[in-house]
Design a protein around this ligand. Structure first.
Ligand code: ATP
Length: 501
């Protein structure tokens, strides 16, 4: 059954995972803030990715762990970066404006319903609109015609002349659409006190270029040798035409990217290796494999840098708003040697690698790039974890992998008197150094369990009169709600055993 996105968004706000940015001013379209629990979940995903990539990277085909180092590069770089990378010239989406409402849409996200007999208006809708909603709107707008009289076509595939008669997707106030224009997605700013084109700079639209810019620095300062990787996690900014689906497509977001540098003759082997590793990652941290799939890009979808190579595949997740279809979570691309070659051309700095075993062997490495969304990953994990359950007071719990749960355990004194809070506080002080734990003293116990269920805390330890008498506590397990008693002095060991990443 498809989960209700509205309920997931409501839980995120109610419990402090994600808030609209500038909420008190009515928000800002495409921007989000992460609350006390959201930041913990996001940091946990970031740290797990870092662990899988940098501190405990996978074992390669030769039986040895591969070599990956991390960096943290600047968000604003010399603007020549983005000329060399192709973003100034080509990082754009086709968009259309509604002449009457002035609203702007991504042309490739619109589906046009054109009359089969060629007579009268066609109507455009957002691609994720439900078919029965579309049918109703078409009926209203066309004075009673049924959806069966229309044929659905992606708007970008239509001849421009079709726009003369098309009615835009905001059907409350229908209007006609302009021809598609390319719209560059980079945000600009100015560096230094004087504005003007000479000082224009860009907020990075991807973290990858910061890695290519530092390829030489990393090679010259560390002991890595090809093949190796450089990883980075950080903010990226894209002035998306239609930010939507909660944090799935926002204008400020975070990426987790790794550029793997290898000899061109080994590109295929490493591409297959990273395809497999990256899928393993997402399923190991809790995405159910039925909801994850790998999809090869069609030829016409390939980015400029991937045209010549082995292609690109996406790891996709079945989000509630794409179901029964899938949406991109991570792209794994063979970037060939496009970026290093471009930076060599534009900067004049040689990007060649010299094989230390054979100094005559000089080459610009090929790149395999697994590029994942951190904030989009948080959304996939929240959607997967959200589990309606009529048998508990909260009606729902988050089935998060313990390694990702913002709190690993809650310590709950049954009452606010009789030694309960004293013992609870001591337990909390004893284990907080090792685990992220919540000490929650007030409110009735049912409400406190409900809160912990909704934030995905795997274990609750309750301190009651029996604890005072025999030094045991109740452990309540989130998913089964089963309870057992264990010794107070076994709590840390219990968590150590049950919470492994
Ligand atoms: P899309 O086709 O959805 O616009 P993309 O193919 O342009 O995405 P990439 O440039 O490959 O995306 O970026 C790598 C990853 O960064 C994506 O798989 C996604 O998880 C994340 N990402 C890209 N754009 C956004 C965005 N606007 N909001 C949130 N995450 C994003």
């Amino acid at each position: 059954s498809v989960k209700d996105m509205k309920e997931i968004v409501a839980l995120c706000k109610r419990r402090g995972f994600v808030f609209p940015a500038s909420d008190i001013y009515g928000g800002l379209n495409g921007f989000w803030d992460y609350g006390p629990l959201g930041v913990e979940l996001k940091n946990n995903l970031r740290d797990l990715w870092w662990k899988w990539m940098v501190t405990c990277p996978p074992v390669g085909p030769d039986g040895q762990p591969v070599d990956i180092v991390g960096i943290d590069s600047s968000i604003i770089q010399n603007p020549k970066t983005w000329e060399a990378s192709g973003h100034v010239g080509g990082f754009s989406d086709p968009m259309v404006d509604c002449r009457e409402t002035k609203l702007r849409y991504r042309a490739d996200h619109l589906i046009a319903y054109m009359p089969k007999n060629g007579e009268g208006n066609g109507y455009a809708f957002m691609e994720n609109e439900e078919e029965d909603v579309i049918a109703k709107r078409i009926k209203n707008l066309s004075g009673g015609k049924s959806i069966g009289n229309f044929e659905a076509t992606p708007l970008v595939d239509l001849p421009v002349t079709a726009y003369a008669t098309i009615v835009g997707p905001d059907t409350k106030t229908p209007g006609t659409l302009t021809e598609p224009k390319q719209f560059n997605l980079m945000f600009h700013t100015f560096v230094g006190a004087t504005g003007g084109d000479d000082n224009k700079a860009y907020l990075r639209p991807e973290t990858a270029q910061g890695i290519f810019l530092n390829f030489k620095n990393v090679l010259d300062s560390s002991r890595v040798r090809v093949p190796f990787g450089i990883a980075q996690v950080g903010k990226a900014f894209r002035n998306e035409v239609n930010p939507r689906n909660f944090i799935f497509r926002s204008r400020e977001f975070e990426q987790m990217e790794m550029e793997w540098f290898c000899h061109p003759s080994e590109a295929k082997m490493w591409r297959d290796f990273w395809f497999a590793e990256r899928q393993k990652f997402w399923t190991a941290i809790g995405l159910v494999s039925e909801n994850v799939r790998m999809r090869d890009h069609d030829k016409d979808e390939l980015s400029h840098y991937a045209k010549e190579g082995l292609g690109t595949a996406d790891i996709e997740y079945r989000f509630p708003f794409t179901a029964p279809g899938f949406g991109e979570l991570e792209g794994i691309a063979h970037r060939c040697n496009f970026d290093l070659t471009q930076h060599q051309k534009h900067s004049g700095v040689k990007m060649e690698y010299t094989d230390p075993m054979d100094p005559k062997n000089k080459f610009i490495p090929d790149v395999i790039e697994p590029a994942a969304g951190l904030t989009r990953g948080v959304l996939a994990l929240l959607c997967e974890a959200y589990t309606p359950d009529p048998n508990r007071p909260s009606g729902v719990y988050l089935n998060l992998h313990p390694a990702l749960a913002p709190k690993k355990a809650a310590i709950l004194p049954l009452t606010a008197k009789d030694q309960h809070p004293v013992i609870a506080t001591k337990l909390y002080m004893d284990i907080r150094n090792e685990f992220a734990v919540d000490l929650d003293i007030k409110q009735n116990i049912g409400k406190r369990y409900a809160r912990q269920d909704e934030i995905g805390t795997p274990y609750c330890f309750t301190i009651d009169d029996q604890t005072v008498a025999d030094q045991t506590v109740t452990v309540r397990e989130r998913n089964t709600m089963s309870q057992e008693r264990i010794g107070l002095d076994h709590v840390a060991e219990y968590l150590r055993k049950n919470i492994r990443s």
